[in-house]
Ligand binder design. Structure first.
Ligand code: F6R
Length: 610
């Protein structure tokens, strides 16, 4: 939530910061602002997107080689010019950008008001810069003032601070919100993730929680918040610039949908051996014994990642015969969950930064569980918190609505289920050979799903003005239905719900009339006949049915209004295929409704607040 970028060096800070903010806009787009050191401390900020800020600042003097910028997802205070970052101290000498929430800001604010501080915004961030101002005296330098102030705050933060009195310094710190430092020659970069940095340097340092850094053009000092000098570890980025571009597609979301044959293939590469009937997962192999003996697995995640977890439940129970519970991280962390050292917890997160998932991991870790991560962003917080894990290798996902990350997560869960089955002997080698041979074909089958894209666009045309949608499926088709409904809601703003198809008659069937589009996952699998009965129930009430069917299916075709075909596959891999047309359907509907597909309203890609 909120994107941060900073630069100190010899190039135009404005150019670097603005370009970086465009890359980080997926993290929030309620307002944008930049602080530049050019003579004094120049602040340019505006409600709206980064492009609104650029238009606003068109005639401003934007020279300067030290600067920082922020793109906001509002928490404290409505999106407005006044609440936009950077915020300043009372004397205007200090400026701050912040990602996170200062939980005790009200108490600090009250104390500062009593000392005469006057606030201009409703934000928690402004309180922090006034606190730094209060602490900084002639005998306390900027780094020390920020450090002392951070010792007084409760909450999460990634901050960058600039000072008119220390024009050749940036101070950065983090707790619970990500921060990456790019190391150049005679220059340093700082950002919420590596995307603003990648075209300038491949050498990065992931700042750790409770670390504070002083950046000068030719010097970097990293300390812990309790004042112990740290030796930062410089690592090489594997990210490539072309991964951050649209590559000829109209939207990132469409590009990412079409990338799935590649991303699923990358996820399986080096991990499946169909001829031998073997799965290798290097990231968790040291825990093989633990996996073999696990009596219970708890999956924690949020949103789309939680839907992937539900698919994982079907797969792990089916193949490895271990009981699985799937929990919303945001609920799990606030209960008093029964977790012990015997449990394996799998945390799923695209960003690796979701605050609720992080808190749930910490809770499960305290109680002795072994924690595995399934993450997409390499080097993010969750992989560093977990005991072991498996990356999805989907590559950067920039569209706010998750697509290729979901299929990556489902692929990893499929591999984990088969790996566990192999360890436990709940599956014989011949069956594993067959399953892995079919799994190996999945990228090619995803490619075939795209043949229906034009037809899906025509169906979207018919239903683009529907105010409601239902998505129904059974077995692992149920999480697919949930995911289809979520995609439609978040990018087209149409109200949609996903249900297990059999649950329909326990309430939602009351919603069915001639204006209600119902999307069924009706492929040929073990629940095919049952789903057909559910389709009949909807048709009997004049509902409009769009069915995702197995290629060549005539029975469902004759029964429903529209069919979208997907290739035949093993039932276990159905979610990897059936999700694709649902992603395309929501994409086309959103485009036809004129919605901002890549940056839907009120959302942010990385939810680092609770
Ligand atoms: C939906 C979506 C969100 C995320 C959720 C968890 O398209 O992207 O529902 O899945 O915010 O985020 P991660 O996976 O980063 O933990």
């Amino acid at each position: 939530m909120c994107g941060i970028v900073g630069y100190i060096g010899y190039r135009s800070a404005w150019d670097i910061v603005i370009k970086g903010l465009h890359r980080l806009e997926y993290r929030g787009y309620d307002s944008a602002g930049v602080a530049l050191m050019n003579g004094g401390l120049k602040i340019l900020k505006k409600a709206g997107k980064v492009s609104d800020l650029e238009a606003f600042a068109i005639d401003a003097d934007k020279t300067g080689t030290t600067g920082m910028g922020h793109t906001r997802w509002a928490t404290h205070g409505e999106p407005s010019d006044r609440n936009s970052h950077p915020h300043q101290s009372g004397d205007g000498k200090l400026s701050i950008i912040h990602n996170g929430i200062i939980e005790n800001y009200a108490v600090i604010k009250e104390a500062l008001i009593a000392k005469g501080h006057v606030f201009k915004s409703d934000t928690d961030t402004e309180v922090l810069i006034h606190l730094i101002e209060e602490i900084q005296t002639d005998s306390v330098d900027l780094l020390e003032a920020v450090r002392l102030a951070l010792n007084k705050v409760i909450g999460a933060y990634a901050i960058v601070v600039m000072s008119r009195d220390f024009p050749d310094q940036l101070i950065a710190a983090r707790k619970g919100s990500p921060m990456v430092i790019g190391v150049g020659e005679g220059e340093y970069f700082i950002a919420s993730d590596a995307t603003p940095i990648v075209e300038y340097t491949k050498n990065v340092i992931y700042l750790k929680d409770l670390e504070i850094a002083l950046l000068k053009r030719d010097e970097l000092v990293v300390k812990s918040i309790d004042n112990i000098i740290q030796t930062p570890y410089i690592q090489e980025l594997s990210l490539k610039l072309e991964m951050l571009e649209k590559g000829g597609f109209e939207h990132f979301m469409l590009k990412e949908i079409y990338e799935q044959p590649r991303s699923v293939r990358d996820c399986m590469r080096g991990r499946i051996y169909p001829i031998e009937g073997m799965v290798r997962l290097g990231g968790i192999k040291d825990y093989a014994e633990k996996l073999k003996n696990a009596e219970r697995i708890v999956i924690i995640a949020c949103g789309t990642s939680w839907h992937a977890g539900l698919v994982g439940e079907y797969l792990i129970e089916e193949f490895a015969r271990v009981s699985v519970e799937v929990e919303y991280a945001s609920e799990f962390r606030y209960r008093n969950p029964i977790i012990s050292e015997k449990d394996i917890v799998i945390a799923i997160s695209q960003s690796g930064e979701t605050a609720d998932t992080i808190a749930a991991i910490e809770l499960a870790k305290e109680r002795g569980a072994t924690i595995f991560g399934i993450c997409n962003v390499v080097g993010s917080s969750i992989p560093r918190l977990t005991h072991a894990g498996v990356y999805t290798h989907a590559g950067p996902e920039i569209g706010v609505a998750s697509t290729k990350a979901f299929t990556g997560q489902v692929t990893v869960l499929t591999l984990m289920a088969l790996y566990m089955a192999q360890l436990k002997g709940t599956i014989n080698n011949a069956k594993l050979v067959n399953l892995l041979t079919e799994l190996d074909e999945i990228p090619a089958l995803i490619e075939k799903c795209f043949k229906e894209d034009k037809k899906i666009a025509l169906i979207a045309e018919k239903f683009k003005d529907s105010p409601n949608f239902l998505f129904l499926g059974r077995g692992s088709g149920f999480p697919v239905a949930l995911e289809g409904a979520l995609k439609l809601k978040e990018i087209s703003y149409i109200h949609a719900e996903g249900y297990p198809a059999a649950e329909m008659k326990h309430g939602p069937i009351a919603l069915i009339d001639a204006d209600m589009p119902v999307v069924f996952i009706a492929t040929k699998n073990s629940s095919y006949e049952k789903v057909i009965s559910n389709i009949q129930e909807v048709k009997a009430r004049k509902g409009k049915v769009i069915a995702i069917v197995t290629e060549g299916d005539k029975i469902v075709k004759d029964m429903v209004d529209y069919v979208i075909e997907i290739p035949e596959s093993n039932e276990a891999f159905l979610p990897l295929l059936a999700t694709i047309p649902l992603q395309l359907l929501s994409y086309h509907i959103a485009v036809l409704r004129g919605c901002n597909v890549d940056q839907p309203r009120n959302l942010a890609k990385s939810v680092t607040v609770e």
